[in-house]
Design a protein around this ligand. Structure first.
Ligand code: ZN
Ligand code: ZN
Length: 307
């Protein structure tokens, strides 16, 4: 959650803020005291809003648990008998990630069935393939769908970025998939910033120096194409997508700093981000900035908002 004093990101269960030393006692007269622009989250019932309240404010509303139970049940009901969702690699990966966010762990029988289906799609080279029949448009963290290539580095980045959080890094098929990604991506330039986002998110989760070196090299390329704080997209889903990828990399702080004026311009009058899928976009921005200790800058530079 956010430190109410300096707006840095507190790791779960941290006894005190690593930046300002404050013990994270909750503000007595309202959880939104940590960062008032997040007040809009109080009226939202979807999963991203529940996650934003939990991750940013350490807050669970009384209705959240019933809502999560309904979402879990709904997801499990739509799983196909073979273990997949939509008979699609990308969609099955996404649904598993959602179940993980809803507290369903990797030992749950439905998760194991889905993983068996996914692992059967891995070829002898450690490469995933989407099925030819599937239209490759997948949901993303910023709330809009993106088309992602049916094989290769992009699909691997997407799959690993959403599967590794389940604690699967030690399972042989995912180790093979990670090796495929490292073998295919030598570091540096990519076809576009968008494709780099999934890749960086995945590399941040793959253990080892090799993955780290590739990630730093990808970050350096992103920095080289950054202009006026943007990576070819001033706002829109792709801009938020890059912010999400940079959040996990401490070395990305300078790039984020250069984006601050643009991030401030993209704020809505209430201080949050996005016209649509607001919880998703606000979660992405606030988390990325707070992880780098930069949220305070945005809060200070917001004359339109009564902070
Ligand atoms: Zn603090
Ligand atoms: Zn690309």
């Amino acid at each position: 959650m956010l430190c109410p004093e300096c707006l840095s990101f507190l790791p779960a269960g941290a006894p005190q803020c690593p930046d300002c030393g404050l013990a994270p006692a909750r503000a007595p007269d309202g959880w939104w005291h940590a960062y008032p622009p997040l007040r809009f989250l109080a009226s939202q019932r979807n999963l991203p809003a529940i996650l934003a309240r939990r991750n940013l404010l350490g807050l669970r509303l009384p209705v959240d648990e019933a809502q999560c139970e309904g979402l879990r049940r709904g997801l499990l009901l739509t799983q196909l008998a073979g273990g997949s969702w939509n008979a699609s690699l990308g969609w099955t990966v996404w649904r598993l990630y959602q179940l993980h966010l809803l507290g369903v762990n990797r030992h749950h029988p439905a998760v194991r069935r889905a993983l068996a289906w996914i692992y059967a799609r891995l070829d002898a080279h450690g490469e995933f393939h989407e099925r030819d029949e599937v239209v490759n448009s997948y949901p993303t963290v910023m709330g809009e769908e993106l088309a992602i290539a049916k094989r290769g580095v992009d699909l691997h980045g997407y799959a690993l970025a959403h599967l590794l959080p389940l604690g699967l890094a030690d399972e042989a098929p995912l180790r093979a998939a990670a090796e495929f990604l490292l073998a295919r991506y030598p570091g540096g330039r990519r076809c576009c910033p968008r494709c780099t986002a999934n890749l960086l998110a995945a590399l941040a989760l793959i253990p080892g120096e090799e993955a780290r070196a590739r990630g730093l090299s990808g970050l350096a390329w992103l920095a080289s194409v950054q202009r006026d704080g943007a990576w070819r997209n001033r706002g829109g889903p792709l801009f938020y997508f890059i912010l999400y990828a940079l959040g996990e990399w401490p070395e990305a702080r300078e790039q984020l700093e250069r984006s601050l004026p643009l991030i401030c311009r993209l704020r809505r009058p209430d201080g949050a981000w996005g016209h649509t899928q607001r919880a998703e976009k606000t979660l992405v921005v606030v988390e990325a900035l707070a992880r780098h200790g930069l949220l305070h800058e945005v809060a200070r530079n917001s004359p339109r908002f009564l902070y």
